[in-house]
Design a protein around this ligand. Structure first.
Ligand SMILES: Nc1ncnc2c1ncn2[C@@H]1O[C@H](COP(=O)(O)OP(=O)(O)OP(=O)(O)O)[C@@H](O)[C@H]1O
Ligand SMILES: [Mg+2]
Length: 341
């Protein structure tokens, strides 16, 4: 087959680049893929197919309409704004070209953590209470401290720092104000779940959707005295491939009952949000040990090197699925969904 590969490549800013005051935080490029990841995906797909690489930051629409691949493997996170992940899939819908992963509706909704929680709550799935804040002049007292303050539509822990866990109104206001200034998007303030944290990789569609071995985020591996959250510092600063943190346990050590409860919860969330082909879902336990959905990642991170601590490839490896097999497996799942196999 002729397989398109759509991506956004991370280009490091020159070291002496001065960001203008109020510019987006320096962490905003974290969700884009590195040349290494894009090459790894391309090489995996090239084992079986002809590959047409398409940089989503360039004129993707003309490239796609001119080359018309049989199917596109989409890992493009998009440039900016709350609908950025839907950009490439929307073009593909328009051109009627099949593609991997979720449609623009699901991608855009899942990027908005509040809209996602509203839908999950409608279906009775456990997720913590929250408020969306758009302006600095706000007040509410209906949530119970401690709280987490996050940008509304980011990923890769962009804007989630060790000080995102706040214990007082003053701390919360300061953090909200800093996020509004830095990211120029609303903030979501939500109740903190103090229990264990897991991330759950799902592969497949319909009755074939299956959960890979669950990954636990082990906070004991973080530097002494920091908050138990998988923050930007934990993902990108304290964890280096030259000196990786032992932050994942996979398969997580879980009583069978709790394991099934987490698996069922994640499969329900996957179906309710109409995810396709694959997705990684973050879950955390409340003070009484019950799992709650934190958020869904329908374009999961897929760093290729085992020492780079990437949850989806890690879960796949624990299931005996190596990286290239995972990438080709996702393509096959999408092909089956379109009746191409
Ligand atoms: N309500 C909460 N209670 C407890 N911890 C939380 C809560 N919200 C976020 N966290 C912590 O912050 C981390 C990052 O939050 P979240 O998963 O919402 O951000 P993200 O940037 O979308 O992550 P990803 O890298 O998975 O895209 C979580 O993994 C968790 O450790
Ligand atoms: Mg997350």
């Amino acid at each position: 087959m002729r397989v398109g590969l759509t991506f956004n490549m991370r280009r490091e800013a020159p070291e002496d680049a001065q960001e203008p005051p109020g510019a987006l935080g320096a962490d905003t490029r974290a969700e884009w893929d590195t040349p290494e990841t894009i090459t790894a995906v391309r090489n995996a797909l090239a084992e079986r197919h002809e590959i047409i690489p398409i940089d989503a930051s360039e004129d993707a629409c003309s490239q796609l309409s001119e080359t018309r691949p049989d199917i596109v493997f989409n890992i493009a996170e998009g440039d900016s704004g709350p609908c950025r992940e839907g950009y490439i899939p929307s073009i593909l819908e328009h051109l009627q070209i099949p593609y991997t992963a979720s449609d623009p509706l699901t991608l855009n909704i899942c990027l908005d953590k509040a809209r996602t929680k509203e839908i999950l709550a409608y279906y009775g799935l456990p997720t913590t209470r929250f408020r969306v804040v758009q302006e600095k002049d706000f007040s509410f007292n209906s949530l119970k401290y401690p709280l987490m303050v996050k940008p509304l539509y980011e990923g890769s822990s962009i804007g989630i720092r060790d000080n995102s866990l706040v214990r007082t109104g003053e701390e919360m206001k300061a953090r909200v104000s800093s996020l509004l200034d830095t990211y120029r998007e609303p903030a979501i303030v939500e109740e903190f779940l103090p229990g264990r944290e897991f991330t759950v990789a799902i592969l497949g569609n319909g009755a074939d959707a299956r959960v890979l071995p669950i990954v636990e985020i082990v906070f004991d591996s973080l530097p002494h005295g920091v908050n138990p959250i998988y923050s930007y510092e934990a993902k990108w600063i304290w964890d280096r491939s030259s000196d990786p943190l032992k932050i994942f346990e996979c398969p997580a050590r879980l009583e069978p009952e709790l394991r099934s409860e987490i698996e069922d919860l994640c499969l329900s969330a996957y179906r309710i949000m109409r995810c396709r082909d694959w997705c990684r879902i973050d879950v955390r336990l409340d003070s009484s040990g019950r799992p709650h959905i934190l958020e869904l990642n329908p374009l999961p991170g897929i760093l290729p090197r085992p020492e780079d601590n990437s949850c989806f490839p890690k879960a796949a490896r624990a299931a005996g699925i190596e990286y290239n097999e995972l990438i080709n497996g996702v393509l096959d799942i999408a092909c089956r969904r379109y009746g191409l196999i």
